[in-house]
Design a protein around this ligand. Structure first.
Ligand SMILES: [Zn+2]
Length: 176
C-alpha cells in the first residue's frame, strides 16, 4: 500500500484546486474517504484470508468494479454531497480508482485485482517507483522515512503540480 494519508491527499488537493463551487467540501471529504477505503481490506489478515485471495489485501476492493460501485453510491447520495449526480459519481469513482492505481505503482507486495470480478489476476503498473509502505508501518523508522520521501516525490509533488495547473487554468478562464 501507499500510506493512507497519501491516498487521501489526491482528491483533497485536486478537489480544492477545482474550487468549492464545483467540488463541495462534503464531496471532497467523501472523495478522501473513498480513496482510503480500499485498504479496509487489511482486515482480511485478521480473518486469515490469504493475501492472494480475491478478498485478500489488494483484492476486490482494489478493482474498477469497486470504484464504480462507490461512484454509483455517491451519485445516488448527490444531494447530501451538495453536488450533481454526475459530478458526485465521477469524483468519488475516480478518487477510489486512484487508490489501486497508486498501489500498482509501488515496489512491493502483490499487484492489485483491478479487473475483479472478471479476473482475480493481480496487476502491477509497468513503472513502479513508489516505495511500498509495510502494513502497520512505523513512520519514525528509517524505512518509514524512505516511504514518505518516495511518496512526496512520486505522489504529492505531481499531484501538487497538477493542482496548481488546475488553479491557473481556472484563473485564465475567469479572465477570458
Ligand atoms: Zn491499497
Amino acid at each position: 500500500m501507499t500510506t493512507v494519508f497519501t491516498h487521501a491527499v489526491v482528491p483533497l488537493m485536486l478537489g480544492a484546486a477545482m474550487g468549492r463551487r464545483r467540488i463541495s467540501s462534503r464531496l471532497r471529504v467523501a472523495g478522501a474517504v473513498a480513496a482510503m477505503l480500499p485498504d479496509a481490506d487489511v482486515l482480511a489478515f485478521h480473518l486469515h484470508i490469504p493475501y492472494a485471495d480475491a478478498f485478500g489485501h489488494r483484492g476486490a476492493t482494489h478493482s474498477l468494479a469497486f470504484a464504480a460501485m462507490l461512484g454509483l453510491l455517491a451519485a445516488w447520495a448527490y444531494r447530501w454531497l451538495d453536488s450533481t449526480p454526475r459530478r458526485a459519481g465521477w469524483f468519488v469513482g475516480l478518487a477510489t480508482l486512484s487508490h489501486p492505481l497508486l498501489d500498482a505503482c509501488t515496489d512491493g507486495g502483490l499487484g492489485v485485482a483491478l479487473w475483479w470480478p472478471f479476473s482475480d489476476a493481480r496487476w502491477f503498473a509497468p513503472f513502479h517507483p513508489i516505495a511500498v509502505s509495510p502494513i502497520g508501518a512505523r513512520f519514525f523508522s528509517e524505512r518509514g522515512a524512505q516511504v514518505i520521501a518516495s511518496e512526496l516525490c512520486w505522489v504529492w509533488l505531481p499531484v501538487g503540480v497538477l493542482a496548481v495547473c488546475i488553479l491557473l487554468a481556472r484563473r485564465a478562464s475567469k479572465r477570458a
